[in-house]
Design a protein around this ligand. Structure first.
Ligand code: BF8
Length: 661
C-alpha cells in the first residue's frame, strides 16, 4: 500500500516527512505544510526538545506548593521531596492520576450517552434503534421488561446506568460479565469497583499530599479505577450507544485524506461522542441543505471524520474516515475543509489557529471543551437535529469562501471493512450455520490460530506515524494471531489495507489465512472507538464461557498492545487490561522508570495478583515477539498443541521495512 520507512538524515535535527509518517498521504501533506509554513505537532515536538527527563521518568511532583520537587535518579541530588515522598511514591501517585483522568474521560462520555438515552426515552430527536439489545440489557440488569414500552424500558435502563456513576458501595453491574475466576481475583485484591465517580474521587483524594504513601496501595486503587472505566464507564458508553444508534454490522467504507472531496462542501467531525456525530450524519443528508450546497456551487456534501467519533459513524453508517490523531492538522491543511466540528478529547488546541490560515470554520460544541479561535455552538443533546443542521449550514455557506487554488488533497485512500461487535463476531466466525464462539475457540485449541491480540491506541509524534501499528500487526498476522483493533490503530491499519479480507492473502500465516478465507473476514477486526475496547473484554469473556481455554481471562492465549500510545486514556485502558489479566505491551514506557521498584511491580510482580502485567518495548517487531512468546506460554499452560503451521517468527515482515510494495 506504499507504506514505507526510510531513515534519511537531514542533518538539521528536523525529521523528514518520511521519517515523521509511514502514511504516503501524510508524507505528501507534510511536504505541503512545510511549503505553506504551517506549524504542526511534529514541529512543536522538535521545538520542545530536550524534554524534561524528570517528567519522562515520572519523578517530579507538583501536588503541593512546597514543591515542585524532583528526585535525582542518579543519587547525587535529592532522594526525597520536601514532604519525604520517594521516587516510588511520586511515580505511583502520578500514574494513578493519569488513570483517574483517562477513566474520567471515557466515563464522562458514557454519562453523556446515558443522558442521550434518557432524552430518547422522553421523545425528541434521539430514539432507540436496537430495542432487542435494550431488552437484553434490561433483563441482564434485573429490570422488569414485560409490560413496558420501548421508551419506558429505555428510561429505566438509563436511570440504572446513571446510578452506576453515583453508586457508593457494592459492585458495578458489568463486573458480573467477567469470568467468575477473574471476579474472584478482583475481590481478593479488593479492587472491585464500587461506583464510577467514587473510584476517580478516591484516586484524587489518596494522591493528595499526605494521604496514601504506599506505592502498591496506590497502584491497586489505580487498577480499581481503571476497572471502573473498562467494566463501567466505557462499557456503558458502548452498550448504550448500540441501543441508541444500533449495534454495528459489517460494512465497507473508505479511509484516508483522499476521502475529502474538493468539489463538495466538506464537513469534518472530530472528537468522540456519537451523540453529536450521529446528528451531523442526519443533517448532511438533509435535502434542503443539499440543495443549498448546490446553490453555492458545490456538487454535494461530504462528511468525514477524524479519531474516534469517525470510528463511531464509520461503524454504524460507513461514513468515510479522513484519518487518525496525527491527521487532524493535515486534514485542515488540505484547505478543503469548510467546517471542522469538534466535541471532546484528542482535539489539539492548535486547530483553531491553523484553521485561521484557511477559510475553515472551526466549531466547538461541548461546554466541557472550548478552544482558542473557535466558534462555539453549544450542543447538549436537546434540539439536537436543529443544532446539527445549523452547524452544517455554516459549512455550506462557507463553501464560496474557499480558495480552490490553495486546495491540496492527496489522492490516497484505502477500502476497509468495519463493524465488528461482541454480538456479530458470533456469526462472523461461525458462519451462518454455526453462530457461536465455538469455531473461534476450536481454531485456537487445534492451533490453526495461535491466539488473539488487541492492538489499539493513539498516534504520537515521537513515533513515526502508524509504523508501530502496522509493523506489529503484520508480525502478529504472519504468525497466525487474529488481531482485534480500535481507535487510531484501527484507522492506521485501515489506511495500510489491513482491514480487507485480501490482507489475509498477503500478510496472514497459513492458519489465519484459512480461517479468513472460510468465513470471509479480514485478518484484523475493527471493533470501533476506544470506549469500544469494552467489546473486546466481552469477546474474551465469551471465549472463556464457551469453554476449553481456561477459567479466567489470564488463561487465554491473548495479549494487548498500544504501540504509539500517548493519552491518559491509554493509561486507564492499559491498567484495566492488566487488571483483567491481559499481558499488555506498550510502545514507550509508562512514566515510572524513575522508580525501579514500581517498574518491577508493574512489569513483573503485579502478575501474581491479576494474571496480567505490562511490558515496555519501543520496537514493534520485538514487541510482537514478546506477545508471541506470551501466547505460546499460555498455549503450553493450557496443554494445547503447538500452532498447526508453526513458523516461529518466520513471518512475512522484513526487518525495518513495512512493505513499500
Ligand atoms: O480515544 S486512540 S489518540 S482518538 S486516545 Fe485519542 Fe488515542 Fe486516538 Fe480515541 Ni483513543
Amino acid at each position: 500500500m506504499g507504506f514505507a520507512v526510510t531513515h534519511s538524515e537531514r542533518g538539521d535535527g528536523m525529521k523528514s516527512p518520511q521519517e515523521r509518517s509511514a502514511d504516503p498521504a501524510a508524507v505528501e501533506m507534510l511536504q505541503h505544510a512545510a511549503n505553506e509554513e504551517l506549524t504542526l505537532a511534529w514541529d512543536r515536538l522538535e521545538a520542545m526538545g530536550p524534554q524534561c527527563g524528570f517528567g519522562i521518568l515520572g519523578i517530579c511532583c507538583r501536588n503541593c506548593t512546597m514543591g515542585p520537587c524532583r528526585i535525582d535518579p542518579f543519587g547525587d541530588g535529592p532522594s526525597e521531596g520536601v514532604c519525604g515522598a520517594t521516587a516510588d511514591i511520586i511515580a505511583a501517585r502520578n500514574v494513578a492520576r493519569m488513570i483517574a483522568a483517562g477513566a474520567s474521560a471515557h466515563s464522562d462520555h458514557g454519562r453523556d450517552i446515558t443522558h442521550a438515552l434518557l432524552l430518547a426515552s422522553e421523545g425528541g430527536d434521539y430514539s432507540v434503534k436496537d430495542a432487542d439489545k435494550l431488552g437484553r440489557l434490561g433483563r441482564e440488569w434485573g429490570i422488569e421488561t414485560d409490560n413496558k414500552t420501548v421508551n419506558e424500558l429505555a428510561k429505566a435502563v438509563a436511570q440504572a446506568a446513571s446510578e452506576q456513576f453515583a453508586q457508593q458501595e457494592g459492585e458495578l453491574r458489568f463486573v458480573q460479565r467477567a469470568p467468575k475466576v477473574t471476579q474472584e481475583r478482583w475481590r481478593k485484591a479488593g479492587v472491585v469497583p464500587r461506583g464510577i465517580d467514587r473510584e476517580v474521587v478516591d484516586i484524587l483524594h489518596r494522591t493528595c499530599i499526605g494521604s496514601d504513601n504506599d506505592p502498591k496501595s496506590i497502584i491497586l486503587a489505580g487498577v480499581r479505577t481503571a476497572l471502573a472505566d473498562g467494566w463501567g464507564g466505557s462499557m456503558i458508553g458502548t452498550e448504550l450507544s448500540d441501543i441508541l444508534f444500533r449495534t454495528p454490522t459489517w460494512l465497507r467504507a473508505e479511509t484516508n485524506l483522499g476521502v475529502i472531496e474538493p468539489k463538495n462542501v466538506n464537513v469534518m467531525v472530530h472528537g468522540h461522542e456519537p451523540v453529536l456525530s450521529e446528528m451531523i450524519v442526519a443533517a448532511t443528508q438533509d435535502p434542503e441543505l443539499l440543495a443549498l450546497a448546490r446553490e453555492k456551487g458545490a456538487e454535494g456534501i461530504t462528511l468525514s471524520g477524524i479519531c474516534c467519533t469517525a470510528n463511531e459513524i464509520l461503524m454504524r453508517h460507513g461514513i468515510p474516515v479522513a484519518g487518525n490523531f496525527l491527521h487532524q492538522e493535515l486534514a485542515l491543511a488540505t484547505g478543503a475543509v469548510d467546517a471542522m466540528v469538534v466535541d471532546i478529547q484528542c482535539v489539539m488546541p492548535a486547530l483553531g489557529k491553523l484553521a485561521q490560515r484557511f477559510h475553515t470554520k472551526f466549531i466547538s460544541t461541548s461546554k466541557k471543551a472550548k478552544f482558542p479561535y473557535a466558534e462555539h455552538v453549544e450542543f447538549d443533546g436537546t434540539d439536537a437535529l436543529n443544532i446539527a443542521k445549523k452547524i452544517v449550514r455554516t459549512a455550506v455557506e462557507n463553501f464560496p469562501n474557499r480558495d480552490q487554488s490553495r486546495v491540496k488533497v492527496p489522492k490516497v485512500s484505502s477500502p476497509l471493512i468495519a463493524g465488528f461487535s461482541a454480538e456479530n463476531i458470533f456469526t462472523a466466525l461461525g458462519g451462518r450455520y454455526r453462530p457461536s464462539y465455538r469455531p473461534l475457540n476450536d481454531a485456537i485449541i487445534t492451533g490453526r490460530l495461535r491466539g488473539v491480540a488487541a492492538v489499539v491506541g493513539c498516534n504520537n509524534p515521537k513515533h513515526q506515524q502508524d509504523y508501530g501499528h502496522i509493523t506489529m500487526t503484520r508480525e502478529l498476522l504472519a504468525n497466525d494471531v487474529l488481531v482485534a483493533t480500535t481507535g487510531c490503530t484501527a484507522i492506521a491499519d485501515a489506511k495500510a489495507g489491513l482491514l480487507c479480507p485480501e490482507a489475509a492473502e498477503q500478510f496472514a500465516g497459513e492458519g489465519l489465512r484459512e480461517i479468513c478465507r472460510a468465513v470471509g473476514i479480514p485478518p484484523v477486526l475493527h471493533f470501533g472507538s476506544c470506549v469500544d475496547i469494552s467489546r473486546i473484554l466481552i469477546v474474551l469473556s465469551n471465549m472463556i464461557a464457551e469453554g476449553g481455554l481456561g477459567e479466567s481471562l489470564a488463561d487465554l492465549p491473548a495479549a494487548a498492545a498500544a504501540p504509539e500510545w500517548m493519552s491518559e486514556k491509554a493509561v486507564a485502558i492499559g491498567f484495566y487490561a492488566v487488571g483483567s489479566g491481559v499481558y499488555t505491551v506498550l510502545g514507550g514506557p509508562l512514566p515510572v522508570l524513575g522508580s525501579p521498584e514500581l517498574t518491577k511491580f508493574l512489569t513483573e510482580d503485579i502478575e501474581e495478583t491479576f494474571g496480567g502485567k505490562f511490558a515496555f518495548e519501543d520496537d514493534p517487531t520485538k514487541a510482537a515477539r514478546l506477545i508471541l512468546d506470551h501466547i505460546d506460554a499460555k498455549r503450553a499452560a493450557l496443554h494445547l498443541p503447538p500452532p498447526m503451521y508453526d513458523q516461529p517468527y518466520a513471518g512475512k515482515t522484513a526487518g525495518e521495512t513495512v512493505a513499500a510494495e
